[in-house]
Write a protein that binds this ligand. Structure first.
Ligand code: HEC
Length: 125
């Protein structure tokens, strides 16, 4: 009885080790997948998906503001995301301004905040 008991404890120990290794493997695999993925930071960030039109086909901020918010037809956004208040940022995006089209019918405030959060995490600017 005692022998059997200690055997099953051993078996449990081994499966814990196996389990730990598979967690490490999955972590390593996802890090490697990240390296070969899209070239913008945090591609899984909701804000990045919306910004690039992956979450909403009709929203393509990158066409005017660059893949990394570095600017193009529109101004650089990485800096704006760090300096504008969330209220001002939301207002420009939802209402538009000069050549910036309004996105009120396409985006919610929460989605605009997600974009702003992602832009803030881009180191440049
Ligand atoms: C058709 C091109 C175009 C698209 C698409 C576009 N923008 Fe713009 N954006 C502009 C232009 C041009 C300006 C400058 C507006 C001005 O001169 O007042 C601007 C300004 C802004 C500003 C204000 C920046 C500042 O420094 O005050 C923010 C924030 C912004 N855009 C965010 C976005 C986001 C987020 C999206 C996607 C939902 C987006 N834009 C899509 C052209 C665009």
């Amino acid at each position: 009885m005692v022998g059997k008991g200690s055997q099953s404890v051993k078996a449990g120990g081994i499966s814990k080790v196996v389990c730990l290794f598979s967690i490490l493997f999955v972590a390593l695999a996802s890090v490697m997948a990240g390296c070969s993925g899209p070239s913008y930071p945090l591609p899984d960030h909701l804000g990045a998906k919306i910004y690039h039109g992956a979450a909403r086909g009709d929203v393509k901020c990158h066409r005017c503001h660059g893949n990394l918010g570095e600017g193009g037809r529109g101004p650089m956004l990485t800096h704006a995301a760090k300096t504008l208040s969330p209220e001002d940022f939301i207002k420009v995006v939802l209402d538009g301004r000069n050549n910036m089209p309004p996105f009120r019918s396409a985006l919610t405030e929460a989605e605009v905040l997600a974009i702003m959060d992602w832009l803030k995490k881009i180191p440049s600017g």
